[in-house]
Design a protein. Structure first.
Length: 528
């Protein structure tokens, strides 16, 4: 095999939430680390979440009703990690208020008591104080909410964030400290000596090369694909994950005109439904159905109909498929539990497994607890690492790229520039303290937008290639600037501009340009 890289202390497989967290934690502790991802970073589950950082209201209700200490501890841990995530990346994460409209008098004290307990568990780390809201105020905030039979509601506070950009910030932070990160690099085999894993064989999907990389430890953090990687190591390994699909749809902001969201605590089959403000749009989700493992899960009509049916229950306006700007489906990795009847009953727990050959797999979990999961994985490796003493975990208070400088000063500098207000706000909320770097690129390349309807600069394409690992058009349009997630038609109309810019940067031939353009069009149509 050619092109063999140096020996690493640790190789991480998977560039989503958990893998990115492991890469940063391990690098900060002094491990020479490589992360490989077969597609783009956060392309799967980690860019297709409900964009909430939360302890889990659903789990809390189950914990109280069933006196389930495991579910209670999951909520407690989630709320602690929620606080840390918001503190470590304040340009990407913030508090959000959610209101639950209620149509039965007895539901108001019941919901308020539960959410007051949610606040109590948060302690000093709570984001606000839950309160009862009158029907008049709810009607003013949400003009489309059904007023017939409305008794009032409850307001509570949780966290919201930009998931795909959080993954990029983690990887940028890791890279700055010496981590080597590679997207479009697929593990196709493990390398062994004396029945122990000593490295991986990878395929570079861009350069179309195959080579071996040596390492002392390999971590499988591939989310829904954990079992696939485990079976690559041991064909006889028993599956330990179930996957469920969660779809989201995006609507115009007019359906949710304020900065507050709606939480429906119990749909017809007991799920939680959210309507959230997201990037000046209304995000609605999510479903929870068993789903087969696949790279690019597609949105099913029945799932869209499920969401529209429930919106109709609470809104006095007819929302149809024609109102949907974009939709997507993501696979949740759920730890198998034999005594649960459906995926919605599975607790989003996680655990660590080590195979006979030494493959360490981190299984299950959710975005909110990514940091804690990563800490536990690196603790596990540290306990086996005898070659040198490692640093203690630093990620509890480690500021990520974008939030490492004084953000108030960055914002002041941006506000003094002769730039459109929406462009300034976009740059600040997406890039934080790196926004001024994009302004510098724009001074050289120009301040042209990729589409007149959105405040995204062409200069961001250059920055994303230089600093954010972009290799393909949808890396940029979907996961770096999120346009593909919130407005599919505009993303499609922006493809020519983005592809032309990438052709100039990468030197694509006309054949390569046409291939990338057509592939991006097809992917936007089928899975976004």
């Amino acid at each position: 095999m050619s092109d063999s890289l140096d020996h690493f202390d640790l190789i991480v497989i998977g560039g989503g939430a958990t893998g990115s967290g492991v890469a940063l934690d391990a690098t900060l502790r002094g491990l020479k680390t490589l992360l490989v991802e077969k597609n783009d970073f956060a392309e799967g589950t980690s860019s297709r979440s409900t964009k909430l950082v939360h302890g889990g209201v659903r789990y809390l209700e189950a914990a109280v009703k069933k006196l389930d200490i495991d579910q209670f501890n999951l909520v407690k841990e989630g709320l602690k990690e929620r606080y840390r995530l918001l503190k470590n990346a304040p340009h990407l994460a913030h508090s959000v208020t959610l209101i639950t409209p209620l149509y039965k008098w007895y539901e108001i004290p019941y919901m308020f008591a539960g959410l007051a307990l949610y606040d109590l568990i948060s302690g000093k780390k709570r984001l606000g104080k839950s309160q009862i809201v009158g029907k008049k105020e709810i009607s003013e905030i949400f003009p489309y909410v059904k007023k017939e039979g409305l008794k009032g509601g409850v307001r509570y506070f949780d966290g919201a964030f930009n998931d795909s950009r959080m993954a990029i910030a983690l990887l940028q932070s890791a890279k700055e400290k010496g981590c080597n990160v590679k997207n479009y690099t697929e593990v196709i085999e493990f390398v062994y000596e004396n029945s122990k894993i000593t490295g991986v064989r990878v395929k570079d999907k861009i350069a179309k090369k195959i080579y071996d990389i040596k390492a002392d430890f390999v971590v499988n953090a591939s989310g829904p694909f954990v079992d696939r990687i485990r079976k690559l190591d041991d064909k006889s390994s028993k599956e330990i994950l179930e996957t469920s699909s969660g779809i989201h749809i995006v609507l115009d902001k007019k359906f949710l005109p304020n900065d507050e969201g709606i939480m429906i605590p119990k749909t017809e089959d007991g799920r939680v439904l959210f309507m959230l403000p997201y990037l000046d749009k209304c995000l609605v989700g999510t479903t929870d159905e068993k789903e087969d493992l696949q790279d690019n899960p597609k949105v099913k009509d029945k799932d869209i109909e499920y969401l529209l049916r429930h919106i109709k229950k609470y809104f006095s306006v007819d929302i149809t498929k024609n109102d949907i700007l974009s939709s997507w489906s993501g696979l949740r990795p759920l730890v198998v539990s034999s005594d649960k009847n459906s995926t919605k009953e599975l607790v989003r727990e996680h655990y660590i497994e080590e195979s006979k050959s030494g493959l360490v797999s981190i299984v299950g979990g959710k975005w909110t607890t990514y940091r804690k999961m990563a800490e536990e994985v690196v603790d596990h490796i540290s306990s086996k690492y005898n070659r040198k003493k490692l640093h203690t975990c630093e990620t509890k208070s480690y500021k990520l790229v974008g939030s490492q400088e004084n953000l108030s000063k960055i914002k002041d500098k941006l506000d003094k520039l002769d730039l459109n207000k929406k462009v300034r706000e976009h740059l600040f909320s997406f890039y934080g303290d790196r926004a001024l770097r994009i302004v510098e690129i724009a001074k050289d390349k120009g301040f042209e937008l990729i589409n007149e309807n959105y405040p995204v600069l062409k200069a961001e394409i250059h920055y994303s290639v230089e600093e954010e690992f972009v290799k393909k058009p949808l890396d940029f349009l979907v996961r770096r600037v999120n346009l593909g997630l919130i407005d599919k038609e505009t993303a499609k109309s922006s493809l020519l501009v983005v592809c032309k810019e990438l052709q100039d940067i990468f030197g694509w031939s006309e054949k390569e340009y046409v291939f990338e353009l057509n592939e991006a069009k097809s992917r936007l149509e089928s899975s976004i």
